[in-house]
Ligand binder design. Structure first.
Ligand code: AMP
Length: 211
């Protein structure tokens, strides 16, 4: 199964990717996480991406397309993959069409006001990238990652002014990607407002997989 997760930043893609990955036994490729790792490691890609990311802008297509092509060619993706955060522009979607025959584009429909509220309470693990929300999806111990025990932090691009910029970029550049897949009959929409468990159930029904 080859699928992409589409939706605004904070729509719940990363949170739900975990269970889809377990149900389908295929890896998640999160371009945002790959870029943050590249920045932490100080690679050329990280240096090139850093300024765009801190401003809430998109990294240039050519950098990100090469990265995704390389990941998709790896043996772990032989049975498919879940792409989280890619494609984010129509040229990225066209590049993806040339390398894989996508099964599903799963779109998380969440209003902007809910996104802004969620981002204000989002906490992220700097080590394993797991995300939480202080009220809607808290860790078992406040401030500590359930998965790896690391102290949780706030992503720099989750600052309110950067969130508004990221939402604008989403409407301008990523919403057309939704129309690209709708025209191909591959778009599956899930209402992304509600408890994590409710949304998980909706996704399971839409994809006909175990919740
Ligand atoms: P995310 O973790 O998916 O919210 O991504 C964080 C940031 O990484 C975005 O705001 C962009 O600056 C950059 N980024 C992630 N994926 C892409 C992509 N497919 N194309 C361009 N920039 C990206």
């Amino acid at each position: 199964m080859k699928m992409i997760l589409l939706g605004a930043p904070g729509a719940g893609k990363g949170t739900q990717a975990d269970f889809i990955k377990t149900a389908l036994q295929i890896p998640v490729i999160s371009t945002g996480n790959l870029l943050r790792e590249a920045i932490a490691q100080g690679t050329e890609l990280g240096k090139a991406a850093q300024d765009y990311m801190s401003r809430g802008a998109l990294v240039p297509d050519e950098l990100i397309i090469g990265l995704v092509k390389e990941k998709l060619a790896s043996p772990d993706c032989a049975k498919g993959a879940i792409l989280d955060g890619f494609p984010r522009t129509v040229p990225q979607a066209e590049a993806l069409d040339e390398i894989v025959d996508l099964d599903v584009a799963l779109y998380f429909n969440v209003p902007d006001a809910v996104i802004v509220d969620r981002m204000a309470g989002r906490r992220t693990c700097p080590t394993c990238s797991a995300t939480y929300h202080i009220e809607n999806n808290p860790p078992a111990t406040e401030g500590i990652c359930d998965k790896c025990g690391e102290t949780l932090g706030i992503r720099r691009d989750d600052a309110p002014e950067v969130v508004l910029q990221r939402l604008q970029v989403y409407h301008d550049q990523t919403e057309p990607v939704m129309h690209h897949y709708a025209a191909k009959g591959k778009l599956v929409t899930v209402e992304g407002v509600g408890a994590v468990s409710e949304i998980r159930q909706r996704i399971a029904e839409a994809l006909k997989i175990e919740a």
